[in-house]
Design a protein around this ligand. Structure first.
Ligand code: KG4
Ligand code: ZN
Length: 345
């Protein structure tokens, strides 16, 4: 009788932005624990993430988050085969907290260290439950810091097809929520406001950047919302405070529809270019129901198999880090203790 391959259990750590997270995952799929400490309340008054505040909060949160992840999974250091950490891309002074902790644990527990790309990990969340990946596959990672299209050959082989030339899609949601004084993070509050609005009320620009381009630009739409509320070139007064709830809802719905239009059209464009059989969607903005439903509809029409990250694993978490790290473990791709955080991918 053939013996079963040994199960591999990985501790994942995530501190790239404003969530401190740790998770224990076995064989890339079995989630033994997932703990996320959000700092959104610390950044809300600024309408975006303040790196210094994020870094200090990671320092404060990391130990309790790690302890909870271990105890919820019912494991000790002896059950863990490797320590994985997101080391890029992200805010350097935020990443450095997780990277330093992961290196210390790897050193003192004598475990291998695995470095994970945070954006690639968002797509791993979409592959988590898929038994196989029918190729070619196009993957859209859409978050607060990134909007990227990839030709995805495997969880570890992602060829960049296009990326944002200015603001990421999530960043546009956050900035528009700030203009509309709806709070932070912007995605969920815009989505909520948009439910009562008319997506055709205002014709915000859809920047496509040329007929074959797979790059993205969302700074134009953000400026268009700003001018809509403050007058052309910001020469008028800020009308937001005196707008009715319906007016705000119409702006939110029209903005959301324009962003989704661009994301979906570019994804289809990429899928056509690589003759994709599968489309993957992950990242914080992938939590948006309207985006999920629109992509589901068009992928159904075009007969692409759509794999979407579960809503609970769209925004930052450490399950995706530990899960992608399992593929690296099997491929023998380890980092050494000189690992550094990197702001860009
Ligand atoms: O992936 P993520 O947690 O962090 C980064 O890697 O940046 O993504 C956070 C982003 C924020 O910009 C947030 O506004 C956006 O994801 N987001 C959403 C929704 N939930 C979170 N955007 C649109 N609709 C949502 N429901
Ligand atoms: Zn993220």
């Amino acid at each position: 009788m053939q013996s079963q391959p040994r199960k591999i259990t990985i501790l994942g750590i995530e501190t790239s932005c404003d969530e401190t997270a740790a998770a224990i995952v076995t064989d890339g799929k079995v989630i033994r624990s997932s703990v996320v400490a959000s700092q959104a309340h610390l950044h809300s008054e600024y309408g975006g993430v303040v790196p210094e505040i994020a870094s200090r909060a990671h320092i404060e949160n990391l130990y309790p988050v790690l302890s909870k992840a271990l105890s919820q999974a019912g494991v000790t250091k002896d059950d863990i085969d490797a320590i994985a950490v997101a080391n890029q891309p992200g805010l350097t002074i935020a990443l450095i907290v997780g990277v330093t902790a992961a290196k210390a644990l790897a050193f003192f527990w004598n475990k291998p260290l695995i470095a994970v790309n945070h954006v690639h990990a968002h797509l791993q969340a979409a592959m988590l439950q898929a038994e196989n990946l029918e190729l070619p596959a196009v993957a859209l990672a859409v978050s607060g810091g990134h909007t990227c299209l990839y030709d995805c050959e495997s969880p570890l082989e992602l060829k960049l097809l296009g990326t944002t030339t200015d603001d990421a899609a999530g960043e546009a949601f956050d900035k528009v929520a700030s203009i509309l004084k709806l709070g932070y993070p912007g995605g969920p509050v815009i989505e909520r406001a948009a439910r009562a609005g008319n997506p055709r009320a205002i014709d915000f620009p859809r920047t496509m950047l040329g007929p074959d381009s797979l790059d993205f630009s969302f700074s134009g739409i953000k400026t268009a919302v700003l001018y809509h509320c403050r007058g052309q070139d910001m020469l008028g007064e800020d009308r937001v405070a005196s707008m009715s709830g319906q007016e705000i809802a119409d702006i939110a719905a029209s903005f959301q529809a324009a962003v989704i239009d661009v994301l979906v059209k570019k994804t289809l464009r990429a899928a056509e270019q690589v003759r994709a059989k599968t489309v993957l969607l992950g990242g914080g903005v992938a939590a948006n129901s309207a985006l999920r439903e629109t992509l589901e509809k068009v992928c159904g029409e075009k007969r692409y198999r759509l794999l979407v990250a579960p809503k609970s694993l769209c925004t930052d978490n450490a399950v995706m880090i530990a899960s992608l790290a399992w593929h690296k473990y099997r491929a023998g791709v380890f980092a050494d203790l000189a690992l550094e955080p990197k702001a860009s991918a």
